[in-house]
Design a protein around this ligand. Sequence first.
Ligand code: NAD
Length: 459
Amino acid sequence: MRVCVIGTGYVGLVTGVCLSHIGHDVICVDNNEEKVKLMQSGQSPIYEPGLSELMKSSSESGRLQFTSDLAKGVEQGEILFIAVGTPPLPTGESDTRYVEAVARGIGANLNGSGYKVIVNKSTVPIGSGDWVRMIVLDGVKERQKASSVATNAEATIEPNFDVVSNPEFLREGSAVYDTFNPDRIVLGSNSEKAIAMMKELYEPLVSREFAEDKSLPPVPVVVTDLSSAEMIKYAANSFLATKISFINEIANICDRVGADVTQVAKGIGLDSRIGSKFLNAGIGWGGSCFPKDVSALIHTADDYGYNAELMKAAVNVNIRQRSIALEKLQHELKILKGKTIGLLGLTFKPDTDDMRDAPALNLIEQLNRLGAKVKAYDPIVSQSGLSHGLSGVIIETNAEMLADGCDALVLVTDWKEFLKLDYSKMAKLMTHPVIIDGRNFLDREALEAVGLRYLGIGR
Ligand SMILES: NC(=O)c1ccc[n+]([C@@H]2O[C@H](COP(=O)([O-])OP(=O)(O)OC[C@H]3O[C@@H](n4cnc5c(N)ncnc54)[C@H](O)[C@@H]3O)[C@@H](O)[C@H]2O)c1
């Protein structure tokens, strides 16, 4: 099938590359010319395991193109994905201006070249499906008006399209794997024709042709109305964020009563009604999705006169949790002014270069405010040599340089390579051999054996 993906960030680029890999003809559109040039030269603008390799092979096969020309993308695609960002506004609402610009642009470029399915893959507020339809039609009308003024004639194009909501559930750091091995595919629309085309598009994934375990039953496809599909995305992220806040709250109680949250999580996670995932206590959730999606759903609820108390509590627990590492540092070192703190990891989770709303940013700000010197080593950020817009932190090129002269280390991101560092050598380089394991990730006994004072979260 002919696919156009508009917006080539973590979601759009991965979607475009993976759809071309499974046999579709894909054109990816982005309005960032620099990004487009980079992708045309075969390089990925983001770090995602396995993405560069697939991008290379798909580009070589001729099934994957990149352009900044929206008209060309709209012309070529029969399925048009909107995958632009929907960042939070200061009020907590979702900023839909990028989706709006794309929908208007699609409308302005629908030239009667046949039926199109317009797919909302961006996470958009409930009700956006109908709104996108309206904006596309506005775009059509604006173009018709402009062309009839120019040619002095009535130019009428009958727009022929449907809108589908197809929320994305990939996780940064395993986005390619998740695309080929989805838990489910959600399709929301009131058009049977559009749903049928989407099912055809995803058939190779549904039948697990590209899955790690091909013997599994087909991927469930959940077909809903537009609003329910949009709600599924918000509800999923809000549930996961709430689950983490729950275990963080338990961890804080464990800290006070002397229980170990890792043992508690194991004990409750084995209950099949609860499940073991997302029960890792730590320094709070962050990233490009959870904070903004939970806030957006709370905001939507408010708009409709409902006070979403549980989700508000999940957010409040998280705000408090973002200070937990600082509290532990103050408890250990007392005055932080003049102390040097080393952060192991900066990105909001391992295997990504994404720093959006990362807990590290909070910690850097808080430590700076209290007069501490902050250094950091992150496998991706340090390697890239880019500052990633960070200020108030010295980026070191390896973990030993990080440890040198530190009064304490804080493990912020659970990168696998942090399991294998030479902590014995690092402890000797530190002024005070203290480590706060913000993800309960490291081997406590091994660290204590090399002379480090180990502090976890809720243990
Ligand atoms: N990142 C994730 O893990 C994830 C997971 C699931 C869902 N989502 C949702 O998917 C959407 C995209 O997220 P992302 O992280 O990929 O965003 P991103 O910020 O990484 O990428 C957005 C891209 O859209 C491009 N863009 C913006 N306006 C454009 C326009 N008018 N025309 C063409 N391109 C334009 C930008 O240049 C950028 O490359 C968001 O709604 C997000 O909530 C993200």
